[in-house]
Design a protein around this ligand. Structure first.
Ligand code: NVA
Length: 336
């Protein structure tokens, strides 16, 4: 029963570094879903928790919760259609209800203090997923609230996205340990989370970035510590060819992240040699997959040829945000 009909490859019972569970489910929303729903849960250490997730959590998770405990709120300073769909559809499939509160409505830290927001929302909903700039907002909500808080994106990290990315790598390439992922572009939140999580799971990770845009040392040394324990490697280089050599997956992200729009032109110049195009993709293994967290700026960090080419798995990856985030929700809110 380790096969997910129609979609998933065989999952080894041993040695697979991502937890998973399944339950009775269904629902008409995700078209590719089989009649049984698989939940994929978080990579070890992703949320800096030790996950021990029993298999077979029945769905909907809401059945296991008291009458009050059925909702999740998303607080977003940074809107994104994919993120919002994955969260809202995911909550709905788990039997809950999602509420979207936009940045201006919540006014986190301005209109209302983080402490007060954490305590107010804790009285209404069972969990919060937040997309914001400051990591301290997420940590503040988690500190002061009485409900799980999930990082939907900050300037520093994008952990849920990386769960979806690794699930996609696993689906296409099998066991993760020993694989190599190359990230080309800005040493940003994606680069940080990829480094930290890949290194933890035994995936070699190489970041190719202009020197001025290299990831901060704090994240690099965290990743290197992980790598030491897991027997993986972390490489930071300005040389794309070095990063892509032997890579099983090539990843890129926008050159100007949300909030950096004013730097768009400067960054376009600074990153001009860091576009993932067909010639660059050839520097990786011939069967390497191409990943992008989306939204993509076609013609900037990636060309249409690559996005729409045979090696691109970006829409599997996008779908996997649903599965990965549902797993996190089930884990944090259902598996009590
Ligand atoms: N680095 C991008 C990721 C978007 C999913 C950003 O922060 O805007």
């Amino acid at each position: 029963d380790l096969i997910c009909p129609g979609k998933r490859a065989e999952i080894p019972a041993e040695g697979f570094p991502l937890f998973f569970c399944f339950g009775e489910g269904g629902g008409a929303i995700a078209r590719r879903r089989p009649s049984r729903d698989w939940l994929w849960a978080a990579g070890r250490g992703v949320l800096r928790k030790s996950f021990v997730l029993p298999k077979g959590i029945p769905l909907p998770v809401a059945d296991r919760l008291g009458p009050r405990r059925r909702g999740a709120a998303q607080a977003g300073k940074l809107p994104d259609a994919g993120f919002q769909a994955a969260l809202e559809v995911g909550v709905q499939q788990l039997g809950g209800h999602a509420l979207y509160i936009s940045g201006p409505e919540i006014g986190l830290g301005t209109r209302e203090s983080v402490y007060d927001v954490a305590n107010v929302l804790s009285r209404f909903v069972d969990g919060i997923m937040i997309r914001t700039f400051h990591q301290s907002d997420v940590e503040g909500l988690a500190k002061y609230g009485q409900i799980p808080v999930i990082n939907g994106l900050t300037d520093d990290y994008h952990p849920c996205q990386v769960l979806a990315d690794l699930l996609t790598l696993y689906e296409h390439k099998g066991a993760l340990a020993g694989k190599k992922l190359a990230f080309v572009g800005d040493g940003n939140n994606m680069a940080n989370s990829l480094m930290i999580i890949c290194s933890k799971l035994g995936v070699d990770v190489a970041i190719a970035t202009p020197a001025a845009y290299a990831p901060q040392e704090t994240y690099v040394s965290w990743a290197k510590e992980n790598a030491k324990a897991a027997g993986s490697t972390v490489t930071i280089t300005t040389d794309i060819a070095e990063a892509l050599r032997g890579a099983d997956a090539v990843y890129t992200d926008v050159w100007a992240s949300m909030g950096m729009e004013a730097e768009t032109e400067k960054r376009a110049r600074d990153f001009a040699d860091y576009q993932v195009n067909s010639a660059v993709l050839k520097l990786a293994k011939p069967d390497a997959i191409f990943l992008h967290c989306l939204p993509a700026h076609r013609g900037s960090e990636v060309t249409d040829e690559v996005m729409d080419g045979p090696q691109s798995v970006v829409f599997d990856e996008a779908e996997n945000r649903l599965h990965a985030q549902k797993a996190v929700l089930a884990l944090l809110m259902g598996a009590r």
